[in-house]
Design a binder for this molecule. Structure first.
Ligand code: ADP
Ligand code: GN1
Ligand code: MG
Length: 365
């Protein structure tokens, strides 16, 4: 599977929303693994067309789309009073934050965040610092979100123990008949099993606490200004829900302090870049979230990256064993390649733990 085609019934979808201007074109957009994302151009008489982002929400993965959209509506409304720029939902004609087409697809529209872009890999220290600051501020801005607990859009999303048990079940079932060909990856997954419980135990003992977190702080989920390269908006709000700040830092570290794309076919190229790790720590702790992290959280920042690389590796391996039903893939072994490259990152982080700890020493609470 490569780019998702614009569905033939897209004109009907457009009718569900009150967009400005006359339709010009729609095309696949971005490199997310979950939703179908399209850029829509509308002629408004201005020199350049107005752009929107249209997304068909993946309801195989997000089982409660109205609940998810309720989260997105609450979060964007709360941020609109605090953040300079952010995602802006275009409500459906019904007034709801999303609409369902006659084929059962759930759609939402956002204003296109103009003058900014995303990257799939960090290209400078400044970018890494900005991403860390933006995700840290984002979390701090949500600390006083009114209206009670957000919906858990994917239950146990970062519950690494339950991710491990899913992997074990997929291995036992071996529905795609692939277990025999991935023995080294399976062995590695079992060898690191103990890591799955570390943060969960700290949570159970009250040493770290739950907050409203983003939970998918990949570098391509933050928009960077085209000119200044400053982070201008955090996007992909589908998994904003109760979580640990360490999950956010870990996901950031996995994608922003690593030396290769998550699906680089050459695992040897995937290592932790210590310099970028130090920049991320400094950027994150200098954001508004720096004031709320306790000593245990600070001490586990490096471990969090190792855990998120492991957890993503487990998830890619599980999907490979189950016959590629979760993530979008571009070729048959894509999930296996992703697994190998994530596990290479885990190994590199383990090897550099003493050096990471020396960096973290400087930031003790
Ligand atoms: P997924 O859940 O599939 O990752 P995202 O919401 O992250 O979907 O969107 C995929 C990509 O589309 C993003 O990485 C970004 O490049 C682009 N994108 C999403 N929303 C906007 C927006 N409002 N303005 C501009 N680009 C956007
Ligand atoms: C997915 O949606 P996207 O592409 O930003 C996934 C993340 C994984 C990531 C791996 C809802 O993120 O959890 O870490 O792929 N999102 C969901 O690249 O499962
Ligand atoms: Mg995304």
């Amino acid at each position: 599977m490569s780019e998702t085609p614009v569905p033939p019934h897209f004109p009907e979808v457009l009718e569900l929303f009150a967009l400005t201007g006359r339709f010009v074109s729609a095309a696949h957009y971005g490199s997310g693994h979950i939703n179908d994302t399209f850029v829509v151009l509308q002629d408004t008489g201005a020199a350049r067309p107005r752009r929107y982002i249209a997304q068909r929400i993946n309801d195989r993965i997000f089982k409660n789309v109205p609940g998810l959209m309720d989260n997105v509506r609450r979060v964007t409304a709360h941020l609109s009073a605090k953040a300079e720029r952010q995602l802006t939902l275009i409500p459906a004609r019904t007034g709801e934050p999303c609409a369902r087409d006659n084929h059962g697809g759930w759609w939402r529209f956002y204003d296109f965040v103009e003058g900014a872009h995303t990257v799939d890999r960090v290209t400078s220290e400044a970018e890494a610092r900005e991403a860390a600051r933006a995700f840290g501020d984002f979390q701090a801005q949500l600390a006083d979100l009114p209206g009670g607990r957000l919906h858990e859009t994917i239950p146990n999303f970062h519950h690494t123990r339950s991710r491990f048990e899913n992997f074990r079940r997929a291995l036992q079932a071996d529905t795609a008949g692939r277990a025999a060909e991935v023995k080294p990856e399976i062995d590695f997954a079992f060898s690191r099993e103990a890591d799955a419980d570390v943060l969960l135990n700290l949570l159970a003992n009250g040493e770290v606490s739950e907050r409203v977190t983003h939970n998918d702080t990949k570098i391509n989920n933050v928009m960077l200004d085209d000119v200044t390269h400053r982070a201008v908006a955090v996007i992909d709000l589908d998994t904003v829900m109760p979580g640990l700040p360490l999950y956010d830092f870990g996901e950031m570290m996995r994608t922003s302090a690593s030396t290769a794309l998550e699906d680089d076919p050459e695992p040897a190229k995937m290592t932790l870049d210590l310099r970028l790790f130090a920049v991320l720590v400094e950027g994150y702790l200098s954001s508004a979230v720096g004031d709320v992290l306790n000593a245990t959280e600070r001490a586990h920042l490096g471990f969090a990256g190792r855990l998120m690389a492991y957890e993503n590796g487990l998830r890619f391996l599980t999907d490979y064993l189950q016959g590629d039903t979760y993530y979008k893939i571009k070729y048959p072994q894509h999930n296996l390649i992703r697994t190998r490259t994530q596990f290479a990152l885990v190994r590199s982080i383990i090897a550099q733990t003493p050096a990471m700890d020396r960096i973290l020493e400087k930031f003790r609470a």
